[in-house]
Design a protein around this ligand. Structure first.
Ligand SMILES: [Zn+2]
Length: 167
């Protein structure tokens, strides 16, 4: 009985860890929320998946790579494509990372957070969002998605073969 309880506890712990990966290279997390006309997509990714390194840039080539990454991510229409019928218009992209501010901890792991917002004229027609992240950033393998909207909550996973999340 004691072994059974230990096994059960261990199993639950492992399941929990797998359900909520914090910083795994090649993986990112996406939170999609729809509130009336406002669509918000929040991306959290290890910098390694987008940039190939996670330290503050040390030379001209790394500074250039950082700028290229930021410029790609700011092209909202390339990175996320909401259902055309919903008539969503991008209202902003915000990028946040210790590396962008030159404050990366030496030897540490660092993330990039990005927040995309749209205003959708017909939010009831919003049924899916496709992402160009896999095409732009080949080191990114998987994205865990959580969705919250009028239809309730959903979760799913995206990869290069299925880059569209539907609800
Ligand atoms: Zn890392």
């Amino acid at each position: 009985m004691k072994n059974f309880i230990f096994g059960l506890f261990f199993g639950l712990t492992v399941a929990f860890v797998h359900a909520a990966p914090k910083h795994v290279h090649g993986e990112a997390r996406l939170e999609i929320s729809l509130d009336r006309e406002q669509l918000v997509v929040a991306l959290e990714s290890p910098l390694d998946s987008l940039l190939g390194f996670e330290h503050a840039p040390r030379n001209a080539a790394e500074r250039q790579a950082l700028q290229v990454m930021a410029a790609k991510l700011k092209q909202a229409s390339q990175i996320f494509v909401p259902s055309a019928a919903a008539q969503c218009v991008s209202t902003g992209v915000e990028l946040d990372s210790p590396v962008l501010g030159g404050k990366a901890e030496p030897g540490g792991h660092n993330d990039l957070d990005a927040r995309y917002t749209w205003r959708c004229a017909k939010p009831e027609a919003l049924r899916d969002i496709a992402t160009g992240l896999f095409a732009e950033f080949p080191k990114l393998r998987r994205i865990a998605v959580e969705f919250a909207g009028p239809q309730g909550q959903r979760a799913g996973r995206l990869d290069a073969a299925s880059p569209r999340f539907s609800w």
